[in-house]
Write a protein that binds this ligand. Structure first.
Ligand code: SUG
Length: 447
């Protein structure tokens, strides 16, 4: 018996709008807006609660320590942690914004995960993403490794790899550019790796950065022991990247044999469908393509609505459901496509719209907020129980958020040592709630 667990990122107390991600239209547009970290975290917990109500198994990945003082020490700031923060803020508020982003909430970028049905040794293989494309996100790789190797510590069942070398040739953004297509959870799948650039080829002619490299995807597949018949490397379309699809999961999501996507997602959509069909046939399944055409839905609507950044899930009774952002309900072409899918002859039979506006305003929809991990029952039992959710634990986390999080945060707050202390008090309490021990740098150094 195999089960899919969604590990959602718990939004950290420093959630803010710093406009750090060029090519991510929402991040660009909302630069400088006052954020509401409390609402952001409660919206995320609300999504976890909803998925549990639908019968799914839910896990959580803790926020990272932000503002991250070791990153400022590494570039020459010294003195007490408070002094380090103040001095850096005085020199460059922009720098402090980079070391304060709560971007670890988007756990689809935490790692690439291969299930035991796909790997050479039957273990779940996990490679934390190096996220080198964006400086604020590259800071996540180290703590993601710590978190994942704490949570998936049992090496009879799990193998957590080191992140790939931290350079653009191996630019790796994790599961956001990786999808499994299969005959059902627990069965051997076709791994779809979608990349924006060939790091050894000519420089792509793009307005916005292509983040994922072909070489990174190949390296992950190699170290996870995936077989060649079960992997496909697909170029993302330049058109999608330049319209704001900085990750493939903004234009495509799969679940079991269903591929839900936009016509502009891939450079050559006909070749894509043919290859998935051919490889699927060899693996014993027939893919179902649910594709929105350009003529029915233009790319700006795709990006505005984040329709394809929905979660496509299988409920315990086998029904497939979509978990969508409310922006998809509010965008006429997106809602029409969902309704057409629900009415059509395919496995998707219900849609749930959720308010995730705080995260969406930084370009993170339902699918960005979760890392999918498929496990057997024995593997599930081997996961650190502290991060596995129950409705009661979600309730306690909601109380924790209400105690520790601000409902307004602006750039100036990030440079304030009082805010630093506040975030650490919150994370200290969180590690107790989740039974994680000394999990953060500040807890280990006692600074
Ligand atoms: O990497 N936004 C994130 C959003 C990530 C969404 N993830 C997936 N599509 N899987 C990013 O661009 C914005 C932070 C800021 O501007 O303050 C940010 O990092």
């Amino acid at each position: 018996m195999s089960v899919e667990i969604n590990f959602d990122g718990l939004v950290g107390p420093s959630h803010n709008y710093a406009g750090l991600s060029h090519g991510n239209l929402a991040s660009d547009k909302n630069r400088g807006r006052v954020s509401n970290p409390r609402a952001a975290a409660l919206q995320g917990l609300g999504k976890m609660r909803r998925l549990m109500d639908l019968g799914l198994t839910q896990g959580l990945l803790p926020p990272h320590e932000r503002p991250y003082i070791p990153a400022l020490r590494a570039i020459g700031y010294g003195g007490s942690d408070g002094k380090v923060l103040e001095a850096a803020y005085q020199d460059s508020p922009e720098m402090v914004a980079n070391i304060s982003a709560a971007s670890a909430m988007w756990t689809a970028n935490a790692a690439t995960v291969s299930s035991g049905a796909d790997t050479g040794d039957g273990r779940v293989h996990i490679t934390p993403a190096n996220l080198v494309a964006m400086p604020h996100r590259s800071l996540e790789a180290r703590q993601s490794y710590v978190a994942l190797s704490t949570i998936f510590a049992d090496d009879a069942h799990f193998k957590v790899h080191q992140p790939l070398p931290a350079n653009g040739l191996f630019g790796d953004e994790g599961a956001a550019n990786h999808n499994r297509v299969s005959g059902g959870h627990g069965q051997k799948s076709l791994s779809l790796f979608v990349y924006g650039k060939d790091g050894l080829g000519p420089k792509p002619d793009l307005k916005f950065p292509a983040r994922q490299s072909l070489q990174a995807s190949q390296a992950v597949a190699r170290s996870h022991g995936l077989s060649q018949d079960a992997t496909l490397y697909v170029p993302q379309s330049a058109e999608a990247i330049d319209a704001g699809a900085f990750h493939n999961d903004v234009v495509c999501v799969t679940n079991e044999n269903v591929v839900f996507f936009h016509e502009a997602a891939f450079a050559d959509v006909a070749a894509f469908e043919d290859q998935v069909k051919a490889k699927g046939a060899a693996l014993g399944f027939d893919p179902v393509f649910l594709m929105a055409k350009r003529k029915d839905m233009a790319l700006p609507d795709v990006i505005r609505s984040y329709l394809f950044n929905s979660q496509l899930i299988t409920r315990p009774d086998g029904a497939m459901n979509l978990i969508l952002p409310v922006e998809a309900q509010e965008t006429v072409s997106a809602k029409a496509f969902v309704d057409e899918c629900l009415a059509g002859d395919n496995p998707v039979d219900e849609a749930h719209y959720m308010d995730l506006r705080q995260s969406m305003s930084n370009g993170g929809g339902p699918a960005c907020l979760r890392l999918r991990v498929q496990v057997s029952e024995a593997q599930k039992q081997a996961i650190h129980s502290g991060v596995m959710m129950t409705l009661e634990k979600i309730g306690r986390l909601e109380e924790w958020v209400k105690t520790h999080y601000r409902d307004r945060l602006s750039r100036e707050d990030l440079g304030d040592p009082k805010f630093l202390t506040e975030t650490r008090t919150a994370l200290d309490a969180l590690t107790q709630l989740l039974e994680l021990g000394s999990f953060y740098d500040f807890q280990r150094t006692g600074a």
